[in-house]
Design a binder for this molecule. Structure first.
Ligand SMILES: *[C@@H]1O[C@H](CO)[C@@H](O)[C@H](O)[C@H]1NC(C)=O
Ligand SMILES: *[C@@H]1O[C@H](CO)[C@@H](O)[C@H](O)[C@H]1NC(C)=O
Ligand SMILES: *[C@@H]1O[C@H](CO)[C@@H](O)[C@H](O)[C@H]1NC(C)=O
Ligand SMILES: *[C@@H]1O[C@H](CO)[C@@H](O)[C@H](O)[C@H]1NC(C)=O
Ligand SMILES: *[C@@H]1O[C@H](CO)[C@@H](O)[C@H](O)[C@H]1NC(C)=O
Ligand SMILES: *[C@@H]1O[C@H](CO)[C@@H](O)[C@H](O)[C@H]1NC(C)=O
Ligand SMILES: *[C@@H]1O[C@H](CO)[C@@H](O)[C@H](O)[C@H]1NC(C)=O
Length: 354
């Protein structure tokens, strides 16, 4: 009995959390997004141009290939179960995918950032609390993980309007998160290696103001560079450390490092809360560009993980509001819009016929 306890205590470190590998290694896993409507986790493999879905109720992990190059995010469209916004290179597509293994998605390009320079591509993207998409780009990759041109931009994509530039001169536009009340946007450009904050006003023409550097990875000697991140209900930030074998937790109000969660995968790319109680942390990693030695010593590199027992909770992914001109992401309003369109069409039909 005592021995069992000792084994359990060794397995679960002082925080009592547990790290579980839920997928085989990916080349460049990214963009985890928990869809509260379907209780499914979506993510991508950028390098392999694949979109992925994981169903925690069955443990089944499905994926399929999307033609068109690097796929960097998959964000569900609010109120739907099979429609997504997905980037390929410098395009944003509307994609319909049933989630079945290897089934062919239907896709059409709806926005483009082709004004960005050759070799640039989209990178991380998130939807703010009002249903608008924020999608960043990065400069061309000269060789593996080496980007020298600050040609990246951060775009705001509002339904029924054009795509507008909000930030420029970025090296690698990366993690995004909003405070619970939506008045602060947290952001990182990996080129700065800092976590920044902006005062945020979703309805203003220029939503971002008052940029501040809150946490500097270089100054704090953090292993790894700043990549994707997410926020918990206490307002703390959970940060992927690319090349650092860890996730760290930072309090953005006083800049203190609260915790480090080591992983057996060096290139930690992003993370998202999920599960029924939103108390499970899903983490994506990459194996692309690792040396043979690293791959031998860390065969899990590139795996997707679920970490449970952390004692913290976050938020489900915000989905893109596409089918209504109101700013609510409530699926009822979507149904209302669809039903009213149907009733209108029906009345017009009767009027036309009589
Ligand atoms: C890349 O995608 C293809 C097609 O879906 C799949 O068969 C292959 O296993 C993937 N490769 C890696 C390294 O994940
Ligand atoms: C995964 O694919 C299998 C077989 O195609 C299917 O039965 C299952 O419903 C799919 N899972 C999801 C989440 O769509
Ligand atoms: C947000 O922007 C709108 C539109 O410009 C403005 O009316 C409103 O006062 C702003 N809110 C805050 C808190 O600044
Ligand atoms: C972060 O800290 C490093 C080392 O002190 C410094 O060189 C760099 O300018 C800082 N970055 C920013 C954006 O302030
Ligand atoms: C950073 O990583 C090195 C090995 O790569 C390790 O020796 C060192 O303890 C780590 N530092 C921290 C603060 O985790
Ligand atoms: C920052 O806040 C945390 C609570 O999240 C607290 O534990 C820590 O001591 C504070 N650090 C500083 C430097 O004030
Ligand atoms: C990493 O792998 C080693 C060897 O399998 C294992 O003992 C250790 O607990 C793992 N660490 C983490 C953080 O998963």
């Amino acid at each position: 009995m005592l021995r069992l306890c000792m084994v359990l205590c060794l397995l679960s470190p002082s925080w009592g959390y547990e790290v579980e590998q839920i997928t085989e290694p990916l080349l460049l896993g990214e963009g985890p997004h928990w869809n509260a409507l379907t209780q499914l986790l979506y993510f991508v493999d950028i390098t392999n141009s694949t979109i992925h879905v994981y169903d925690p109720s069955t443990g089944v992990h499905n994926y399929t290939t999307l033609d068109g190059g690097a796929v960097t995010f998959i964000i569900p469209i609010a109120g739907t179960t099979d429609e997504f916004l997905i980037s390929t290179e410098l395009d944003i597509r509307h994609v319909i995918w049933d989630g079945q293994q290897d089934s062919t998605p239907e896709s059409s390009i709806i926005y483009s950032a082709v004004q960005d320079s050759d070799g640039s591509r989209f990178n991380d993207a998130k939807v703010d609390r009002s249903g608008t998409l924020w999608a960043g780009t990065m400069g061309p990759e000269v060789t593996a993980d080496v980007i020298t041109e600050r040609t990246g931009k951060l775009y705001r994509v509002t339904p029924y309007s054009s795509i507008t530039t909000q930030l420029e001169d970025l090296l690698i536009s990366n993690g995004l998160a909003w405070s619970a009340d939506g008045t602060i946007m947290y952001y990182t450009d990996t080129g700065d290696n800092t976590i920044d904050s902006f005062d945020f006003n979703a309805t203003a023409d220029n939503p971002l103001s008052n940029r501040q550097h809150l946490f500097n990875f270089t100054e704090q000697a953090i292993n790894g560079t700043s990549d994707g991140f997410t926020i918990d209900t206490d307002g703390n930030l959970w940060l992927a450390c690319y090349g650092g074998y860890q996730v760290i937790v930072v309090n953005p109000t006083n800049g203190s490092l609260l915790m480090s969660i080591p992983l057996n995968s060096s290139k930690v790319t992003s993370l998202a809360w999920g599960g029924q109680e939103l108390d499970e942390l899903y983490v994506t990693t990459a194996k692309k560009g690792l040396s043979d030695d690293e791959l031998t010593n860390y065969p899990e590199s590139g795996a997707t993980y679920r970490i449970t027992g952390l004692g913290s909770r976050g938020y489900a992914g915000d989905n893109y509001v596409m089918y209504t001109t109101t700013t609510t992401s409530d699926s009822n309003s979507l149904h209302f819009t669809k039903i009213s369109t149907f009733i209108y069409a029906f009345i017009m039909l009767i009027l036309t016929c009589s």
